[in-house]
Design a protein around this ligand. Structure first.
Ligand code: CP
Length: 337
């Protein structure tokens, strides 16, 4: 798989800074992230209509390629594409020729031969969407739906939309991300988005065994004590313990983790009274969060899910329009030459 370098961010923008793929938030500037949030805001109303459709991707073919399981991301990408009037193909990886040993490259070549316009990709390998974006036919957009431990940029953007809806702006906010940061592509993308959008402080609260070695260099403060870390918070984002990615004994036990780092009503009272509680899902109730908190008045967890549709509509429509702009410019330059 291709190594991910900062220069790869150039891969996702046209020469005039429009989105053409959406692979990572690293290197994207605040005006573009704000543009995504504003565009998503404009799509929220579509979800409240009786006929939930706009024609922006009419005639386009979007292929969902999920090589890892998903409930929220896959469903909301599908709904988003359908609300944009695209034709949507959900390739079932378990019954596809991948199980007969077909390579990712060959699968993509065959799907490209079906005149696909966009691939939405979730893959266990960090860098898979970058690899595809580098090799795909010009004009086809790639959207990262989560790659390995690397990035989950649409999740982070739907989280940012939810924060902006509840807090009005990012200015002055103190935000904590709690739990299994080490294995979390969501946390990496959230830290990038929160810093780019200008919050006052990003804190990570976790045991040392669940923090990446470079975490402070990503732009956050580390707090090992959850009670101290919850002080003055405006937003607390809980993460799922990613057992499937853990190698070796990183935790004494789930019970001990919950005692030290689980969010319950008593601990939440240490944050600001208007602190909102977020979680990307799926939730492990009683492992990282108490049901009374997950379902309580400060929880915005289901708002996050709803916002996923609008954010994914925004990203897909912006990437498609970037691809069209790039192709039009290329044709014009070809005629002049
Ligand atoms: N938040 C998230 O990525 O959930 P799914 O795995 O259900 O898509």
């Amino acid at each position: 798989m291709t190594a991910i370098a900062t220069s790869d961010t150039a891969l996702q923008l046209t020469r005039d800074g429009q989105l053409k793929h959406f692979l990572t938030l690293d290197g994207l500037q605040r005006p573009l992230l704000t543009d995504i949030l504003d565009t998503a805001d404009s799509f929220i109303e579509v979800g409240e209509r009786t006929i939930k459709k706009v024609p922006l991707l009419r005639g386009r073919t979007v292929v969902n390629l999920f090589f890892e399981s998903s409930t929220r991301t896959r469903s909301t990408f599908e709904l988003a594409a359908k609300r944009l009037s695209a034709d949507v193909l959900n390739l079932d990886i378990n019954t596809s020729a991948t199980s007969k040993g077909e390579s990712l490259s060959d699968t993509l070549l065959n799907l490209e031969a079906m005149a696909s316009d966009m691939f939405v990709v979730r893959h266990s390998q960090s860098g898979a969407p970058h690899f595809i974006a580098q090799s795909v036919t010009p004009g086809v957009a790639i959207v990262n739906a989560g790659d390995g431990r690397h990035a989950h940029p649409t999740q982070a953007m739907l989280d940012m939309l939810t924060i902006r809806q509840h807090k009005g702006s990012f200015e002055g906010l103190k935000v904590a991300i709690v739990g299994d940061v080490l294995h979390s592509r969501v946390a990496r993308s959230q830290i990038a988005a929160l810093n780019t959008l200008g919050v006052a402080e990003v804190r990570v609260i976790a045991p040392g065994t669940l923090l990446p070695r470079d975490v402070e260099s990503l732009g956050c403060k580390v707090q090992y004590d959850m009670r101290a870390g919850l002080k003055d918070l405006d937003v607390v984002i809980m993460l799922r313990l990613q057992r499937e990615r853990m190698q070796g004994a990183l935790l004494p036990s789930e019970r001990e983790f919950y005692r030290l780092y689980g969010l319950n009503t008593e601990k939440l009272a240490l944050a600001r009274p208007d602190c909102i509680v977020m979680h990307p899902g799926p939730i492990n109730r009683g492992v990282e969060i108490e049901s009374a908190v997950a379902d309580g008045p400060q929880s915005v967890i289901l708002n996050q899910v709803t916002n996923g549709i609008a954010v994914r509509m925004a990203v897909m429509s912006m990437a498609m329009s970037g691809q069209v702009a790039e192709r039009t410019r290329g044709q014009a330059e070809g005629e002049q030459a």
